[in-house]
Design a protein around this ligand. Sequence first.
Ligand code: ZN
Length: 327
Amino acid sequence: MPISSSSGRRRAPAGWIALALLLAGCAAPTAAPETGPVPAGPPAAPTAQAAAAAAAAQGAQPAQGAQQGAPVRAARQQEQRQAAQARRDLAAHQSLAVAQRWGLAAAPLPAPPAPAVKPALVEQPGVKTRPGLPPVVYRVPTAARVVFLTVDDGAEKDPEFRRMAGELGVPLSAFLSDYLARSDYGYFRALRDQGAGIQNHTLTHPDLRRLDAAGQRREICGQQDRLEAEFGVRPTLFRPPYGEYTDATLTVARECGITALPLWNEEAFPDRMEWRYADQKLHPGDIILTHFRGAGDWKGTMPEMLRRVLDTVTAQGFALARLEDYL
Ligand SMILES: [Zn+2]
């Protein structure tokens, strides 16, 4: 603050400037209305007033607290607790109202806070590792009741889906293949702006098993470059088309800056869920696959698909979380 920084060299003038600002009301926002420094005592010498002004400008919280006394503080804390509860009630009410507007059976459960440290991707059911190479992940290692929604390819760019995902605050990751997404990357930038992750799904969606290492590098690094140019950030996650890959895929992916290859355990459609395991249940950390597809490609719309995903996830006691918070 210019006033404080100059006060060491030119104390008296700075003090008067501070006082003038204070009297003009410039410092008022930093002081609580009922405990402003002006009525605090008799007129004082300029240096004392300058000190009071400087204290007010810095927000003299301890002095104000001491003046209020315990009953005032308790009443204020009670007010703050009631206000916080009212905000939570309002948020719950609003989230139920939004859920009902989109035809959901219940409001989606909120995701727990992101883990402070991402889970270690060591070999275990759901995680395949090779020394020095990015792991392949079907299920993220976590005990939290969270699952992850991943949406592939990028052909359909449905504004209703974007609006629904935005209003409901649905975390999702889009794995984009350039040949399908490039007709309107702006759609996916808008999705990104409302929280979606943008990740790599190759330039032209080939079966990578049919390409040599150089061909795979063109597909993976090429889409890294495209996405970086379109979104300003180089992805860290790569999903091979059809879930098919070779040893070379892992090496090339690492060279292109990829740290993990998320696959999936469930696939969502507008009219059904497909399950990898016979129990037909979600498990903590499961990755759900779906696609940017229109009503011409499958039996329903993207909002219908998202409704099915959210109702399934909520009914089984899970929350959707951001994949990028965990991988
Ligand atoms: Zn695909």
